[in-house]
Design a binder for this molecule. Structure first.
Ligand SMILES: Nc1nc2c(ncn2[C@@H]2O[C@H](COP(=O)(O)OP(=O)(O)OP(=O)(O)O)[C@@H](O)[C@H]2O)c(=O)[nH]1
Ligand SMILES: [Mg+2]
Length: 220
């Protein structure tokens, strides 16, 4: 499923070249807002950092943890084309952090999502056993309103048999058929490697639309 037009030129990024750039606790201490980036968002413990590591084939790139709330900063990773980045966002919905911290995260996340000019796409990571939580739905409403290309990874697909996993995939597709800015909805497993190639393709398509624009503007 793809609501998006195909880019005229498909840029294939070398995701295994990803390198840690810097962390920011809020928008004002993130790398300068030039170039293009795609951010991985989702509930705490859903598997965002693990997905980044699978896509980049680098187990040590983004820190993962059994304990929810591992990623507390916005982490930036550079790719092989200058100014192109992946971003690992702190998870949302971790019950054990204090209300103050939750509010601060929420604010910083919102600030990042709404005001970051270089943000050109979102990868929403949802645990296949708990898809479309309240926060996921909020994020999807926002990406629709902002017309931001969104790829959905239904991760930890290894926890379900193929039949039930496929059923969830179809349910999520149905629930989001009117969204209009969904790039792809994929079964994904960081453990088994399911959907990793397809996720790279989705990222390539998303980035390519904007890399094309840059090429055109430098040509003219
Ligand atoms: N079985 C299975 N476990 C996974 C998968 N992806 C992640 N996990 C596990 O889920 C836990 C959380 O993974 P993380 O990648 O740290 O999750 P996160 O979304 O980055 O979490 P926060 O940084 O806390 O928001 C870890 O114990 C991972 O090993 C998967 O595809 N399959
Ligand atoms: Mg994380």
């Amino acid at each position: 499923m793809s609501d998006q037009a195909k880019p005229a030129t498909l840029f294939r990024l070398a995701y295994d070249s990803a390198a840690f750039m810097q962390s920011g606790s809020k928008l004002s201490n993130c790398p300068s807002d030039n170039g293009i980036e795609i951010a991985f968002a989702g509930r705490s413990n859903a598997g965002k950092s693990s997905a980044i590591n699978s896509i980049t084939q680098n187990k040590k790139l983004a820190r993962t943890s059994k304990t929810p709330g591992r990623t507390q900063l916005i982490n930036f990773f550079s790719l092989d084309i200058e100014g192109v980045r992946l971003v690992d966002l702190p998870g949302y919905g971790y019950a054990k952090v204090s209300l103050d911290m939750k509010e601060a995260w929420g604010r910083h996340l919102e600030d990042y999502l709404q005001n970051r000019d270089s943000l050109v796409g979102l990868v929403l990571i949802m645990d296949i056993r708990k898809p479309l939580t309240e926060f996921d739905t909020m994020l999807l409403d926002w990406s629709k309103k902002s017309e931001l290309s969104t790829t959905i990874l239904l991760t930890k697909a290894d926890k379900l048999k193929y039949g039930p996993a496929k059923t969830v995939l179809l349910q999520v597709r149905k629930a989001l058929e009117d969204h209009g800015f969904i790039n792809d909805i994929l079964l994904f497993s960081s453990l088994k490697g399911t959907g990793v190639k397809e996720a790279r393709n989705a990222l390539n398509r998303n980035f390519s639309h904007f890399l094309e624009d840059e090429e055109e503007s430098t040509e003219s």
